[in-house]
Design a protein around this ligand. Structure first.
Ligand code: GLP
Length: 253
């Protein structure tokens, strides 16, 4: 894993955006992006949008796959990941909405929706670069502690800690769904390049377990140690529990 600790939140976003843009330029106009929701990648999306506006990056023919989606929210709900991805990724980055796919958490047949997500990724030739956040319990996508390393896209029951963490996006904690459709750990590990973004003290323990802990399903993110091309972009607070902070590169503000 390549670990980069940044001196400011803006530098976290800029650094992560540069990693993604580098892959996109190498992969060509039909690059396949994997996108995550949550607060962590927002600044990276803003930096990518600025590159697009400046004419330094063209994503009009890119494809994008969202990692996960809540199950049980009405279609079009503002906190459903279909709406969040549209607001924070598709429009600002100038993607073609017809080339952006979010797992269908409203489907009557969720297993069929999960298989369709896997099939569409395979048909697109796989994901070139996946942006990831990490949950405070070490989840990635919505793969909670205990998730199978062999899992493909599936329905996951959310941990109570994840529901509490995500309650800030809803009017009341009771509104946070109990289930989600998520790419599995095996799906994520198939993506060619991973960029993990984490900020704040609340992520420090999970970040240390991901990078320096044993590879164990009790911290799903630790499975990323088995992937050959992972860049982790942190702020100082998220890096604060790393034993070997000297091994991280630091980029300025
Ligand atoms: C959610 C998403 C994850 C995300 C995590 C962290 O649970 N499913 O993909 O990484 O939240 O979110 P945040 O970046 O807001 O802390």
């Amino acid at each position: 894993m390549r670990v980069i600790t940044c001196a400011s939140p803006d530098a976290v976003g800029r650094t992560a955006a540069e990693c993604v843009a580098e892959v996109a330029r190498r992969a060509g106009p039909e690059v396949v992006l994997g996108v995550a929701t949550g607060s962590s990648p927002l600044s990276a999306y803003e930096h990518l949008a600025a590159m697009v506006r400046a004419g330094d990056l063209d994503l009009t023919r890119a494809r994008a796959f969202a990692l996960d989606e809540y199950v049980g929210l009405p279609r079009g709900h503002a906190q459903g990941y279909a709406a969040v991805v549209d607001r924070t990724v598709t429009r600002p980055l100038g993607l073609d909405p017809a080339r952006v796919h979010v797992p269908d958490g409203c489907a009557d047949d969720l297993d069929a929706a999960a298989s369709a997500h896997e099939r569409l990724i395979a048909d697109a030739g796989g994901v070139d670069v996946q942006i990831l956040g990490i949950g405070s319990d070490g989840h990635i996508g919505f793969n909670e502690p205990g998730a199978s390393p062999a899992s493909r896209t599936h329905v996951e029951v959310l941990a109570e800690s994840t529901r509490r963490d995500n309650a800030r996006f809803f009017a009341s904690p009771d509104e946070v769904p109990h289930r989600a459709l998520t790419e599995g750990l095996a799906t994520i590990l198939d993506h060619r390049c991973l960029v993990v973004i984490a900020q704040g003290l609340g992520k420090a323990r999970a970040v240390a377990d991901m990078i320096e802990g044993p590879v164990t399903t009790s911290c799903p993110a630790s499975l990323l140690q088995r992937h050959p091309d992972v860049t982790v972009v942190l702020d100082a607070a998220a890096a604060s529990c790393l034993r070997d902070a000297g091994a991280t590169g630091t980029v300025g503000a």
